[in-house]
Design a protein around this ligand. Sequence first.
Ligand code: SF4
Ligand code: SF4
Length: 341
Amino acid sequence: MSNGPIARTVGFQPGERNVFLHLLTACNLACRHCYINPTQHGTATLPLATVLQWLKLFARPERQTNLILLGGEPTLHPELAAIIKAAKSMRYSVTVDTNGYLFNDLLAKVTPQELDYLSFSLDGPDVAVNDPIRGQGVFAVCTDNIRKAVAGGFATSLIYTVSSLNIKHLHRMPALLADLGVRRFFIQVIGLRGNPAITKPAATINWQVEPEQWLAVVPRVAEEAARMGIHVIYPKVYLDHDEPFQCAGIVAENFFIFPNGRVYQCPLCEDHPIHSYCIEDNQLLHRDGLNEDRFFPLNIAEGCVMNRLLQPDNISYHPDGTPIHRISCCLLKQEVKPVHS
Ligand code: SF4
Ligand code: SF4
């Protein structure tokens, strides 16, 4: 018998750099939990020349730098293939996060060598679960295009955003991934931002998953997927008692860049004009004032300070007022490596 899969916290690596570049905010879908906020993020599609300038600002060829190209739907960008090739020549490791529609014939315009990962978003193991969340017909299009990408030799991953609407169906995902040939599985937890944050006061949908349910379901499904040869990554969310708290804003380098030039270090802050940097005239400028980076060093019993300020409903307390769980940095991941028996 082989050893069982083991979940490990992936600590922040010194020098780790991740550049999340939103090329546009337009999208062909209208997912119920979409976090894109055009009021805060702009509605522009970045022209190719601007994207190339911005990529140069963040390129560090001597260091491992991961570039994640996002939207809206990034494949709606008519120059996406040229952007991928340019990024590769600047030594970025390049991932595209797509809703699965693969517009502009992307698979025919780039090679698997030019694109390190093509990541598909799907929120259910079948039409009945996925399509009420992501839109009618989406499951069929997305899974067809995953099969095409796998057949074309592209490294693929799948992102499943867990909410109260689909957590009961997460356990059926490993079999689907194995059938599709997807080798990397990202499980995300829904954030109370964008549409979920807006719908919550009306109490029509409570998107949030209770801690006990998250802890009971997600690690078990991750282990099952690992047994099927799939590499699983999911957010830590709740720190164990002996685990140190670390804020990625202090110990890592992450940049979340929007078409209007806002550059955040913390994704929880994206609905607020408290970005630490901005790009003006193709220069990266640090912004003075009471912005996100002033909060990162604050040390509180609840763990992540931005979670405490912006999503306090995530935290429950003992009768003596101490938090039941410390909330980790939302960028801290847990991984379960595939088990090959
Ligand atoms: S695919 Fe992404 S950007 Fe488009 S509506 Fe869905 S969550 Fe929003
Ligand atoms: S999520 Fe919390 S811990 Fe992570 S970067 Fe933001 S403020 Fe820091």
